[in-house]
Design a protein. Structure first.
Length: 606
């Protein structure tokens, strides 16, 4: 029998809502910067390799912000390479400064924002390779060391050069190869005049304006399955029941509140809005759903099934915990068994890791419905080892060597496989944050990887939707253990004092919401619901924790409290004094791997 291997490469694209709900001002720029660097590059790789097939997940809270930016660029006319843009068209301080004709007129607020934001980049790959940018960073470092008030001290020309370099550093490698303007500005290095900056603004607007359409076209020609996530990325198992955290950590501390009021209904509402928003953006309903953070539980999967999702996915440790809870394998929990290569070595526990991992599953309670009508949710679980190789390890290796080694890992799985049907290997990870750690934004790694995979005689790149359409067999799973792709548990979002405090603040706000929402006029009610949904996102809880960088903790702490404040204001209710105080310790902060925007599937050894 010819050996075959089904490979699903899954890239997850997500950013929380960075807008002040009252003014629409973007307080952090990551949506359009990732579009310029990552959503653009990732599309270009697939356009160059038509034989590749992948699953790409866009969260509605992200696509709405992309569409908002596109409208800003198009304000007053159709955005294009030859069009001038005025600062007033933008609700983002970096874009305002980039579009400013007279640097002396940059406001004090925007000057401060530029100095705060424009060094938030990977120094090794995004600052140090560019002499002009590195020089500005050194000036900033020396002035800061001298204790100077840089808001007034540094010239307007310094600020416009800095903001220009920041955007150049955030352009994807595909765009640099495509556009002579970018290559010219990179070579120029300094003294970027108004005409140069206007040309860069227009190019950015052109690229932002076509991001969604590029992905729609890739899906239309069958290369990409586009999936979704519940609307504002809520952490489903915890919205439904805080006690879900004790599935894998029985002694974990929980918030003072007994649970999130109406959590299952709120989660279902996020799911419903995601289906509607996805169809509006991409022209078709999604086949499957990636629950935020791969966080699953029985009630979460039931809610997805009720809305018509055909698949969901999570991490390897969740599967192994579930098999143990189902009595299929030994009693030890996966998150207690660590080995030196930073992943769970399940072969130490049951000897059948590959056999159990490389197949889809269906919850036993849904198996009858699947047999009768094909409905129900197939569950796929990521290979944590392979996913973490891309997310954390390959950026330190030669791109060609890394791509070859990844393919060799897959070939070894295929060679050792003894099942009657081909193994289904799912590699799932962040599609936006990994690449800044690679030279050239991962361009040469992905280019070589896609070239090898598309032409491989054994490895078949595919999608979850295609596997379901071919009715690939799914094994029954008696019980689904609540957990996420991070460590197989929910500790990233609950348990620490500041995480629990954030949940308690959200619960208090939801209780007020429930008391007064029916008194509001329809338009005000709709806006209040929108603001509540943003507050329910998982990102706020992710960033609380003293292992994350202090500057990032402070940013997300402030933004979470602002969203809650705006919710109270929309409800016409007094804002609690607690929202004026930081949730996290202002002095807390660590050095999380990769800046904290991604996590390995298991804690690093040692």
């Amino acid at each position: 029998m010819t050996k075959r291997l089904e490979l699903v490469l899954f890239w997850h694209m997500h950013q929380p809502d960075y807008r002040d709900p009252a003014s629409g001002e973007f307080l952090l720029p990551w949506v359009y910067l990732h579009a310029l660097k990552d959503y653009s590059d990732m599309a270009a790789h697939l356009e160059r390799h038509p034989g590749m097939r992948v699953v790409v997940n866009f969260v509605p809270v992200l696509t709405r912000q992309l569409e908002d930016y596109a409208r800003q660029f198009a304000a007053g006319g159709v955005a294009g390479v030859g069009r001038r843009h005025a600062p007033a068209e933008f609700r983002d301080p970096l874009l305002r400064v980039l579009a400013t004709e007279d640097p002396a007129k940059i406001t004090a607020v925007d000057r401060a924002r530029v100095l705060d934001l424009c060094f938030r980049a990977n120094p090794r790959t995004m600052i140090e390779p560019f002499a002009g940018y590195a020089r500005l960073a050194e000036i900033h470092r020396r002035c800061t060391a001298d204790g100077l008030d840089l808001t007034d001290y540094l010239s307007g020309e310094y600020l416009t050069d800095l903001v220009t370099w920041y955007h150049l550093a955030w352009t994807g490698e595909s765009l640099r190869q495509e556009h002579a303007l970018l290559r010219r500005l990179l070579a120029q290095g300094s003294r970027f005049d108004f005409e140069a900056r206007q040309s860069l603004v227009a190019l950015i607007g052109h690229e932002i304006g076509r991001v969604i359409e590029r992905w729609r076209l890739l899906a239309g020609r069958g290369q990409v399955e586009l999936s979704t996530t519940p609307d504002c990325h809520p952490l489903g198992p915890l919205m439904v029941d805080f006690a879900a955290a004790r599935d894998t950590q029985p002694g974990v501390a929980l918030p003072q509140a007994s649970g999130y009021p109406g959590g299952i209904e709120r989660f279902a509402a996020h799911v419903d809005r995601a289906f509607v928003a996805h169809e509006a953006s991409f022209g078709h309903a999604p086949v499957g759903v990636w629950p935020a953070e791969g966080a699953v539980s029985g009630p979460v999967v039931a809610a997805l099934a009720a809305r018509g999702s055909r698949w969901a996915a999570s991490g390897e440790a969740v599967l192994m915990n579930s098999l143990r809870a189902s009595g299929t394998v030994g009693s030890g929990r996966v998150d207690d068994d660590r080995v030196d290569d930073d992943r769970v070595d399940d072969d130490r526990v049951d000897g059948n890791r590959a056999e159990r991992l490389y197949q889809p599953y269906i919850l036993s309670e849904q198996a009858e419905a699947v047999a009768a009508s094909g409905a129900g949710v197939r569950l796929f679980f990521r290979d944590d080892h392979l996913s973490d190789l891309i997310g954390f390890d390959y950026s330190r290796r030669h791109s060609g060597e890394a791509a070859a080694q990844f393919v060799a890992e897959l070939e070894a799985i295929a060679a050792a496989w003894e099942g009657d049907t081909a193994p289904v290997v799912s590699v799932m990870l962040d599609g936006e944050n990994a690449w800044e750690h690679f030279p050239y934004n991962g361009f040469y790694f992905l280019d070589e990887l896609y070239r090898r995979l598309a032409a491989h005689p054994v490895i078949r790149p595919t999608t979850f939707a295609e596997l379901i359409s071919r009715n690939v067999p799914a094994s029954p799973l008696a019980r689904l253990s609540a957990g996420s792709w991070v460590y197989g548990n929910l500790a990233t979002w609950i348990g620490a004092p500041e995480k629990n405090r954030a949940w308690d603040l959200l619960v208090e706000a939801k209780q007020v919401f429930d008391r007064v929402i029916d008194r509001l006029a329809p338009a005000a009610r709709e806006e209040a619901c929108r603001r509540l949904a943003v507050c329910e996102g998982s990102d706020w809880f992710w960033w609380f924790g003293d292992y994350n960088p202090q500057q990032t903790i402070a940013s997300f702490d402030s933004l979470f409290r602002l969203h809650l404040t705006r919710l109270y204001q929309q409800l016409g209710q007094p804002v609690p004094d607690a929202l004026a105080r930081e949730i996290s310790d202002p002095g807390a902060g660590g050095e999380a791997e990769g800046g904290g925007s991604m996590r390995r599937s298991a804690p690093a050894a040692g």
